[in-house]
Design a protein around this ligand. Structure first.
Ligand code: FRU
Length: 489
């Protein structure tokens, strides 16, 4: 009897403690939203994007949980609201009807004993399930552990963490680097891939399967570096595209090779085939960078209406983030639609980007040395004679950062040059259109060449508004549109 009484007191205590911690968590969420609303007034708007998702205040890195649920696209992100540098990770949250107009929602996940590292989402009927990495600090070397957590939502706004977390406590080889789950459903089965490394520091992707999202069976290593693709693969993704299977990942630790792999960390993909009976992936086309610009990392995809969309962190690790003195840092790229042609992933801005056009800003020939003046958000369609040089300078009407786009018909390279040797370049062999489609925002430039076979995404920080100077020896044909705002200020 005494035993029964003691154990029921004990159960009561657990229940009280549990509901107290739920209350604390809910209170912290309310306080955080108040903090964000107040702090927004202190932001300097000079570099704030008009049509790229950016954190309302504080720091943003990887896109997370990119998904379509109950009629809306959801885009979560690694978020630290209290400073414009990386800190204990939360999940910020934006939604959009069309991948172009974005609304901000309350912060979806707050760190507790675990930081909420990158992960993914699935729409399961009316429930949205997030799977993310819980990053916990430990007393023993290497002083952290990473395991996989779940959170659920019935309304797509409020998320509660699963009480039985973590659902995958350790990696198969014991490596603490075990993160960024990407989950999908096929028939009645759930699958997840997770980024990790071998014990001799080669990046790899691990494949798991489950019937209920809770109990996971490790199937195999989907792919791993033979030594040439870095020491750790972050943010893996895996999907079917145009009859092929693609592993998209962000390898850390690849050495630069000529023009390639010049960013701090890389983002690229391997094309191959996959068999759901054997769970074997066979590589057919080796690793290629997906975007050739300075600022593109942790890309992640989702599928809707038979289209595969990709978005990436529009920034990079271990580089200056000039907007941080303004109270925020980091952004997302515009969303692109993917396809495979000639063994390469093409990226095109989603069709709905044309809905941002708000009047023609220029239309006609732009002579050598002619200057055009624009606002802060512009789209340009540029046609040139590719047998001659192209050299276009974009700078700020009041100075600040500049960027030069050029084409050299001799080596057939497109070059994006931010000055002082900060150059990205690649050979371009257009197989269709020769047009350059350029998106300028308050602190960024995205260049889509031709059909999207070569794309550069780079941040650049002009002061004032955008100017364009045609420094080419030839006249260029330019059609430009002002773009309207599609994200919160
Ligand atoms: C990639 C990454 C992920 C990790 C997250 C932490 O940029 O390092 O591997 O989950 O950022 O913020």
């Amino acid at each position: 009897m005494a035993l029964l009484r003691n154990s029921s007191i004990f159960l009561c205590l657990i229940a009280v403690t549990y509901s107290a911690s739920v209350d604390n968590y809910e209170n912290s969420k309310v306080q955080l939203e108040e903090y964000i609303q107040n702090k927004r007034n202190d932001i300097n708007p000079r570099f704030r994007p008009l049509y790229h998702v950016a954190p309302p205040v504080g720091w943003m890195n990887d896109p997370n949980g990119f998904s379509y649920h109950n009629g809306e696209f959801h885009l979560f992100y690694q978020y630290y609201p209290y400073d414009s540098v990386w800190g204990p990770m939360h999940w910020g949250h934006s939604v959009s009807p069309d991948l172009v107009n974005w609304k901000m929602l309350p912060t979806a996940l707050l760190p507790e004993e675990e930081q909420c590292f990158s992960g993914s989402a699935i729409s399961d009927g009316d429930t949205m399930i997030l799977m993310y990495t819980g990053h916990a600090i430990t007393d023993v070397e290497p002083h952290f552990n990473q395991s996989q957590y779940l959170a659920f939502s019935d309304d797509g706004v409020n998320f509660h963490k699963y009480e039985g977390n973590p659902v995958i406590p350790i990696s198969p080889n014991g490596s603490p680097d075990f993160r960024d789950p990407k989950v999908w459903k096929r028939g009645d089965d759930y699958y997840v891939i997770i980024g990790s490394k071998t014990l001799d520091d080669r990046g790899r992707v691990l494949l798991y399967k489950s019937r209920d999202m809770i109990n996971w069976e490790f199937l195999n290593v989907l792919a791993e570096s033979k030594g040439d693709l870095g020491y750790m693969w972050e943010c893996p993704d895996f999907f079917e595209l145009d009859g092929k299977f693609v592993i998209l990942m962000s390898p850390q630790g690849m050495a630069p090779q000529g023009d390639r792999y010049k960013n701090t960390f890389q983002n690229g993909y391997i094309i191959g085939s996959f068999d759901y009976d054997t769970n074997e992936f066979v590589e057919e086309v080796p690793f290629q960078e997906i975007d050739y610009g300075h600022d593109f990392y942790a890309a992640t995809t989702t599928e809707e209406n038979g289209k595969r969309y990709v978005v990436a962190w529009y920034s990079m690790w271990e580089v200056p983030h000039p907007e941080d003195v303004d109270g925020w840092a980091g952004a997302m790229t515009i969303v692109r639609e993917m396809s495979i042609v000639n063994n390469r992933i093409l990226m095109k801005p989603v069709e709905a980007m044309v809905n941002l056009r708000d009047g023609v800003a220029a239309d006609g020939d732009v002579e050598s040395n002619e200057v055009l003046e624009f606002g802060k958000a512009v789209e340009l369609l540029i046609d040139s004679d590719l047998n001659q040089k192209v050299d276009i300078l974009f700078d700020g009407s009041e100075g600040g950062g500049k960027v030069r786009l050029s084409w050299n018909p001799e080596n057939r390279k497109v070059v994006v040059d931010r000055g002082a040797g900060d150059v990205r370049e690649v050979v371009w062999s257009p197989f269709g259109s020769h047009t350059w489609r350029v998106f300028l925002d308050s602190s960024s430039i995205e260049l889509f060449c031709g059909e999207g076979e070569v794309v550069f995404s780079s941040r650049v920080y002009p002061l004032g508004e955008w100017r364009m100077v045609n420094e080419s020896p030839q006249a260029l044909r330019v059609k430009a549109y002002n773009l309207r705002r599609s994200v919160p200020e």
